[in-house]
Design a protein around this ligand. Structure first.
Ligand code: ADP
Length: 403
């Protein structure tokens, strides 16, 4: 039994293949810069003698082309991750926006596709690509069960006081304008892993999960359920991100629209793709920014101050709303790897019972790590996220419900 997990971005496609009920990862890979110069396809195999092999197989002109190349590689007689597409019995798709309709992973039906298409206006950048990949997979894997796992589902437990915007009621009731939150699959995975690590039932655990990748978001989790989050109707608000601004005064958009020659789509693209760390420093990879900062670059220094200050501000706010805080959990590329970001984000929070142990924070040990000082009331954890595994688990759940 093999499960394929598909995570499609606007110009990238990540995939993983899991085997057996224990969901052993046997292959994964990424196609990046789809349809752009400099793109490449990398497939890694974690099975048999080809363990850890990396294969780069050129560019892909579009998502369909990317899938054809991936499947060709997986079937390659040298690699043999699959011998035939029929071995894939289910495919779990990350779907960014499930709106208010979907609190749980769902079997993909015509009705579901109709609903996801309806949400195109509130998720214009992601949902269309997710739908493209679902259509391609239906054609290429006709016998496989297709499952949608929504980034928004985990946040559907938020109460109205957290998810409503204070704008006229009709915009919520008619247009669905509200906070949805994203990265739910990652927040859910690390929350479960953190509670298990702490030896507490998730339903009795209060956590602040801090997902810092290219996109960044936080969740306030009380008794195992999400009660607030830093992103909003879209992934733009909240923390400062690789290329997104995070929170800004909405009147900046009107100002720019009226006073610059930018069209509304260009302003949207500027806030999504040219802002955040990229806008402040001209770089969006945190490693480059940290190394510039070490060389004394003032823009990089300010950007890191702003980036970590914003995280701290949300930690304070979320501690206030969840009450007793069992742990602050850092995850994703930056959260798992940057001791500097973790250290600055919680610096000065000793009065709230949060203190890091510097040596533990700088440890290179793999897996889940506890980073707080002995006197810290709040635990500080580094938990590697695994969105693909969480999607595979959800896919199995849907599969089991159908049997
Ligand atoms: P996404 O899945 O959102 O594309 P990731 O979770 O892979 O992103 O995180 C990417 C970010 O993680 C990049 O900004 C990268 O610089 C940062 N990152 C990765 N490794 C390190 C490291 N060792 N130190 C600091 N930042 C890192």
């Amino acid at each position: 039994m093999k499960i394929l997990v598909v995570n499609a971005g606007s110009s990238s496609l990540k995939f993983s293949v899991f085997e057996g009920l224990e969901l052993t990862l046997i292959s994964n890979g990424i196609v990046d810069k789809i349809g752009k110069p400099g793109g490449r396809i990398t497939v890694k195999v974690y099975k048999g003698t080809k363990f850890g092999k990396h294969i780069e197989i050129g560019n892909a002109v579009d998502h369909h082309h990317a899938f054809i190349k991936i499947v060709k590689q997986l079937k390659d007689q040298y690699i043999r991750v699959i011998q035939d597409v029929s071995e894939i019995i289910a495919i779990g798709h990350r779907v960014v926006h499930g709106g208010e309709y979907y609190r749980d992973p769902q079997r993909i039906t015509k009705e579901l596709i109709k609903q996801v298409k309806k949400m195109k206006s509130i998720a214009p950048l992601h949902n269309p690509k997710n739908l493209t990949c679902i259509e391609i997979c239906k054609r290429m894997f006709p016998k496989a069960l297709q499952v949608a796992v929504f980034d928004t589902s985990f946040h559907q437990t938020m109460p109205p006081r957290a998810f409503r915007y204070a704008i006229p009621d009709r915009f919520y009731k008619k247009d669905g304008i509200r906070v949805y939150g994203m990265h739910g699959t990652s927040h859910k995975y690390v929350a479960e892993a953190a509670a298990a690590y702490l030896g507490k039932p998730l339903s009795e655990t209060n956590l602040i999960t801090v997902h810092l990748g290219n996109g960044c978001s936080m969740a306030a989790i009380q008794n195992g359920i999400c009660i607030d989050t830093s992103m909003g109707m879209s992934p733009m608000p909240g923390l400062i991100m690789g290329t997104r601004s995070g929170d800004i005064d909405p009147s900046i958009i009107f100002y720019l629209y009226r006073n610059s020659r930018l069209k509304i789509d260009e302003i949207e693209s500027m806030l999504n793709n040219e802002s955040g760390l990229q806008g402040l420093t001209g770089m969006n990879d945190l490693r480059d920014i940290l190394s510039s900062m070490e060389k004394g670059d003032e823009d990089a220094t300010l950007a890191m101050e702003m980036y970590t200050y914003r995280i701290k501000k949300y930690i304070g706010a979320f501690m206030a709303v969840i009450g007793r805080t069992d742990a602050i959990v850092f995850t994703a590329g930056v959260g798992e790897n940057s001791w500097f970001v973790r250290s600055r984000a919680v610096e000065g929070l000793e009065h709230l019972g949060v203190s890091l142990d510097d040596d533990k924070n700088k440890s290179h040990e793999k897996g889940i790590l506890m980073l707080q000082a002995d006197e810290s009331k709040v635990k500080i954890l580094r938990v590697p996220t695994n969105e693909e595994l969480e999607i595979a688990r959800s896919t199995i759940e849907v599969l089991n419900k159908m049997q």
